[in-house]
Design a protein around this ligand. Structure first.
Ligand SMILES: C[S@@+](CC[C@H](N)C(=O)[O-])C[C@H]1O[C@@H](n2cnc3c(N)ncnc32)[C@H](O)[C@@H]1O
Length: 319
């Protein structure tokens, strides 16, 4: 039922049978013990009409404190807390500020000056998390954003924001990049941020992204990188900064080489940044361990496993 509006979108008609099938598999309650409880929390959100929506500032703002009663404030705050941990943001839901684990606005600030204007463009955000950046893409003028992410918690957090924003222009599909039709040349700009190192075959990921782009499309790729690598490739033996599913980290030169091999051109690395303890940290909305605990306590230039600390780079490429 959450996807009915998406299923009726005419531009995706040729692929809707496929989407229905993969979304039904991904959302099968047998696969997600917690989903029913999260949806119950969602249903407990109070009905409030926001007096304003702002998608064009560092914080995604939905209404303000004058829009709701004291009783609604308490109920809203409790539901949002029940849906913790909140990792990507920040968001302001009426009187409640969600200080997420990540200052996702900083990544947006780093990439925004380097990409083509999103005005009038149809956009795909692969691995969209809570939808924070996808909301920013709409705020920056995109006509339509599809966000895909297999995490059900992120789906529910998106639905919280969507309950109040009521945007017909942002669909979150709880699927992975591997579930997308191939080819489906539908998007003017594609973002893949924080996903490449989770994919076993980096070149395949780039080819999948290319198969979803319209002619003259732009790719914005953000990923972990490492310097001084032999052959441009690092494969952690086990975890990297406590993350289990990091298959490989590449050098900047290797990523540019793979982008070119995949058929992209005008490929540029536009930003490099070592993640700071202010950008990724525990907060009252994400109380588990965060970057500080993933680094060597005696030498924060190293991860707890002894590898170079997380450094991320942003690439822009065209077809
Ligand atoms: C490091 S987070 C990055 C989130 C966001 N894009 C950002 O830059 O802040 C990686 C995201 O990719 C999602 N993800 C993991 N495997 C994926 C896949 N196969 N296809 C699409 N998204 C995936 C995860 O659920 C997670 O939300």
């Amino acid at each position: 039922m959450f996807f009915d509006r998406f299923y009726s979108r005419p531009e995706f008609q040729p692929w809707q049978a496929h989407f229905k099938q993969v979304i039904a598999q991904r959302t099968d309650p047998k696969r997600h013990g917690d989903l029913a409880a999260w949806l119950e929390h969602l249903n407990a959100l109070p009905e409030i009409a926001p007096s304003s929506i702002d998608l064009n500032q560092d914080t995604i703002r939905i209404g303000d404190s004058s829009d709701l009663s004291t009783q609604d404030q308490a109920q809203l705050g409790q539901v949002l807390l029940n849906l913790s941990p909140w990792r990507k943001g920040p968001f302001q839901f009426f009187d409640t500020f969600i200080d997420t684990e990540w200052r996702s606005d900083w990544k947006w600030q780093r990439l925004a000056p380097h990409i083509n204007s999103l005005h009038g463009r149809r956009v795909l955000d692969v691995g969209c998390g809570t939808g924070y950046h996808a909301w920013r893409m709409l705020g920056a003028g995109a006509t339509y954003v599809m966000g895909i992410d297999p995490s059900m918690r992120f789906l529910v957090q998106y639905l919280c924001a969507q309950k109040y924003i009521k945007s017909p222009s942002f669909d979150f599909l709880p699927i992975g990049i591997e579930d997308m039709p191939n080819p489906m040349p539908s998007f003017d700009t594609i973002f893949s941020m924080g996903v490449l190192y989770h994919r076993r075959r980096p070149l395949n990921h780039l080819l999948e992204l290319k198969s979803l782009m319209r002619p003259d499309g732009e790719l914005v790729l953000e990923t972990l990188v490492m310097d001084n690598l032999e052959d441009g490739l690092f494969t952690p033996e086990n975890r990297y900064a406590q993350m289990r599913n990091v298959w490989s980290i590449l050098s900047i030169e290797k990523i540019i080489e793979l982008l070119n091999e995949a058929g992209f051109n005008d490929t540029k690395c536009v930003n490099q940044n070592i993640t700071s303890l202010d950008e990724q940290r525990s907060t009252e909305w994400m109380t588990f361990h965060s970057l500080r605990e993933f680094l060597d306590p005696n030498d924060t230039s190293k991860t707890i496993e002894g590898y170079p600390a997380p450094k991320r780079a942003i690439f822009v490429a065209q077809i």
